[in-house]
Design a protein around this ligand. Structure first.
Ligand code: 13P
Length: 262
C-alpha cells in the first residue's frame, strides 16, 4: 500500500466576491465547520479568491488561525517588469499563498493560454515555491472526437515539462463540458481519466510523485455528488466553482466524509 493522500477540497471563486464578501465568507465557513465539529486534519481546504481579495483573506486566516490554505487563480510567466496588469509568483509567495491555479479552461479559452504558456507558468510557480494546481480537461468536441482522456493526458504531459520528481504539484481534471453546466461527469468517467493522469505523473516524475500527488475532479461538484467522487481510488479531492461561493453548500462539500453511506 502506498502513501495516503490527504483529501483536498479547493474553492475556485473565479471573478466573484469582493474583499469584504470574501472575508465574510471565510469567517462564516470557519464557524460552520467548527459548529459541525469538523476535524480540520481530515481534509485540506484551500480557497482561491480574486487577486484583490488575497491580502484581506490572508490577514484574516493569520489573525484567527483559520486552517485554510490560500491560493491565487493565475500568475505571470515573468518575475517583474513592464507587464501591465500581471501578477508575479514572487508577490503571491509574499502574501503566504501556498498554491496557484494554472491552465484553467477559462484562461485557455478567454485568454488564449496554450500549453507552452501553461508550462511556463508551472515553472514560475515552482520557482517561487507555490504549488501549481494544473487544470486539464477536454471540451465536448474533444470528447466526441478523441474520447475523454486524450486531451487531458496531452495537456498534462506538456505542463509537467519543468517539474521534477520532487516537485509538489496538484492536478485537477476538469472536463470543460462539466464546468458550470450542472452536468458533472460520472464518478466512473472521472476515475478513468484521473487514473490516466496519475499514469502520466508516474511516467514523467516517477512512482513516488505519482503516489503522493493529489488528483482532483472539478465540474459541477455539489454536496449531493461529492461523496461518490471521493470513493474513487484516484480522485483525491475536488476543485469547486459555484458550490464554493455559498457557505452552507461549501461547508457540506468539505464535510463529505460525514455523508450517509461513505
Ligand atoms: P463549477 O463547480 O461551477 O462547475 O466550476 C468548476 C471549476 O471550473 C472549478 O475550477
Amino acid at each position: 500500500m502506498g502513501v495516503t493522500r490527504t483529501p483536498l477540497i479547493a474553492g475556485n471563486w473565479k471573478m466573484n466576491l469582493d474583499h469584504l464578501q470574501a472575508v465574510a465568507l471565510v469567517q462564516k465557513l470557519h464557524w460552520s465547520l467548527k459548529d459541525a465539529a469538523h476535524e480540520a486534519d481530515s481534509v485540506d481546504v484551500t480557497v482561491f479568491p480574486p487577486f484583490t481579495d488575497l491580502r484581506s483573506v490572508q490577514t484574516l486566516l493569520d489573525a484567527d488561525k483559520i486552517p485554510f490554505g490560500l491560493g491565487a487563480q493565475d500568475l505571470s510567466t515573468h518575475d517583474s517588469g513592464a507587464y501591465t496588469g500581471e501578477i508575479s509568483g514572487e508577490f503571491l509567495a509574499k502574501l503566504n499563498c501556498g498554491s496557484v491555479i494554472i491552465g484553467h479552461s477559462e484562461r485557455r479559452e478567454y485568454h488564449a493560454e496554450d500549453d507552452a504558456v501553461v508550462a511556463a507558468k508551472v515553472a514560475q510557480a515552482l520557482k517561487h515555491a507555490l504549488v501549481p494546481v494544473i487544470c486539464v480537461g477536454e471540451t465536448s468536441e474533444d470528447l466526441e472526437k478523441f474520447g475523454a482522456s486524450a486531451v487531458p493526458v496531452a495537456q498534462l504531459e506538456k505542463a509537467l515539462e519543468s517539474a521534477s520528481a520532487t516537485s509538489e504539484i496538484v492536478v485537477a481534471y476538469e472536463p470543460v463540458w462539466a464546468i458550470g453546466s450542472g452536468q458533472a461527469a460520472t464518478p466512473e468517467q472521472a476515475q478513468e481519466v484521473c487514473q490516466k493522469l496519475r499514469d502520466v505523473i508516474r511516467e514523467k516524475l516517477g512512482e513516488d510523485a505519482a503516489e503522493r500527488t493529489r488528483v482532483l475532479y472539478g465540474g459541477s461538484v455539489k454536496s449531493g455528488n461529492i461523496a461518490a467522487f471521493m470513493r474513487e481510488p484516484d480522485i483525491d479531492g475536488a476543485l469547486v466553482g459555484g458550490g464554493s461561493l455559498k457557505v452552507d453548500e461549501f461547508s457540506a462539500i468539505i464535510r463529505y466524509q460525514k455523508h450517509v453511506g461513505v
